[in-house]
Design a protein around this ligand. Structure first.
Ligand code: AMP
Length: 398
């Protein structure tokens, strides 16, 4: 059976067609600039050439139609008929407290996702538009929702409550939810499998370090804490997001610079993180690393601060789990940057961690970067959120 995985953003749509049994990617691509001039579809069939085609996409419906046309194209397509698609797995950012696992999409589920729109105003409405568009063009094909927040629903109350009046949790469900759950679940399980250990017996810390970044504590197969909160703004210093700050900073800047709350939120989400800390130099870690190697001061302070925050979260999660068996690095930076992994791991000597410098230079595969003598296994596990969504989708409709 073939599963179509769809990840809708406000103006983009990423897709992969995956064989549920062999888990091979049959085709993948991306629709860009949906609802904006100059929209295009990028399409790559397995073993074939990548093509870029400009086409008008006033909405996600046209984008999905173009995806389905590309998949069934007589020359470059990979299926003859849409009937070959057994189900569609949709990445949904926020499931609030309603969804602790993936679910088959019904009218009630759509309503429940809509109820979470306020918690993820940039993402959930786009996710819903994607579902509606697929339902319209593929009536009868089961649709599955896989939530970014679901894996972290196992967090205990003490980890998810904020120290603010409890009535705000009761009235508005203001609490910590956590994100990147599909990745944290996938990577932690892969790590246990790779080590040949029982997932349910392990204490694992996953560092998902990409443009968005989060750390999670996974104990006996359950997330018990994670660094992102009500929204993905909390926690680590990210590409453009501030991560943890003293909330009073918001009022301080607002007064000093004559800004309102929307301006401040824009600064914290789009102009902060490594971009802001490097004085606007770059949000891309590759640029920062190059400059770090040349000793450029702004990049040195930025990467050191980034790594230090990760080190602090690792320490916190060792405490939360009363120990750790494995620490995993994943996502764009975690998988590729030996420099960042070094900056983090060199401060973990107190855990008896020893890194194999040569092994740490490799990239792109599941691997252990700690030495045989290290008390804790340190791994690099490439994440694969699309495959995780396809697996969940297949599990639900099998
Ligand atoms: P992601 O959000 O997971 O796609 O990760 C994107 C981030 O990973 C970007 O900031 C990239 O600069 C970073 N990244 C990707 N490849 C490398 C690399 N080879 N070295 C350092 N950073 C990288």
């Amino acid at each position: 059976m073939k599963i179509l995985v769809v990840n809708c953003g406000s103006s983009s749509l990423k897709f992969q067609l995956i064989d549920a049994v062999s888990e091979e990617v049959i085709a993948k691509g991306l629709c860009e600039r949906i609802g904006i001039d100059g929209s295009q579809i990028v399409y790559t069939p397995a073993g074939g050439e990548k093509t870029k085609t400009q086409a008008p996409m006033p909405s996600h419906v046209e984008a999905i139609q173009l995806v389905l046309d590309a998949l069934t194209d007589p020359e470059t397509g990979v299926i003859r008929d849409l009937d070959e698609i057994g189900a569609v797995g949709h990445r949904i950012v926020h499931g609030g407290e309603k969804f602790a696992k993936a679910t088959i999409i019904t009218a009630e589920v759509m309503e429940a996702i809509k109820d979470c729109n306020e918690l993820a105003p940039l993402h959930n409405p786009a996710n819903l538009i994607g579902i509606t568009a697929c339902q319209k063009l593929m009536p009868g094909t089961p649709m599955i929702a896989v939530f970014d927040t679901a894996f972290h629903q196992s967090m205990p109350e003490e980890a998810y409550l904020y120290g603010i009046p409890y009535e705000y949790y009761e009235k508005y469900k203001i609490r910590r939810y956590g994100f990147h759950g599909t990745s944290h679940a996938f990577v932690s399980r892969e790590a246990a499998d790779f080590l040949g250990k029982k997932y349910e017996d392990m204490k694992i810390i996953v560092c998902h370090l990409g443009n968005g970044a989060s750390v999670s504590a996974v104990e006996q197969g359950h997330s018990i804490d994670t660094s992102m909160g009500l929204t993905p703004l909390e926690g680590l210093i990210m590409g453009t997001r501030s991560g943890d700050i003293d909330p009073s900073i918001m009022e301080f800047i607002a007064h000093k610079e004559g800004k309102d709350v929307n301006d401040i939120m824009n600064i914290l989400n789009k102009k902060s993180g490594v971009l802001g800390l490097s004085g606007g130099f770059s949000s891309d870690f590759r640029d920062l690393e190059d400059a770090y190697m040349e000793g450029q001061e702004a990049s040195v302070r930025t990467l050191k601060a980034f790594a230090y925050r990760v080190v602090k979260y690792i320490g916190a999660y060792v405490a939360a789990m009363n120990g750790v068996d494995a620490i995993c690095f994943t996502a764009g930076l975690g998988e590729n940057s030996s420099l960042i992994r070094n900056l983090i791991c060199e401060r973990l000597g107190y855990l008896g961690i020893e890194i194999d410098r040569k092994q740490n230079e490799k990239r792109g595969e599941d691997m252990i970067i700690s030495t045989k003598d290290s008390d804790v296994d340190v791994l690099v596990i490439p994440t694969n959120e699309e495959l995780a969504i396809a697996r969940e989708t297949y599990r639900l409709i099998k």
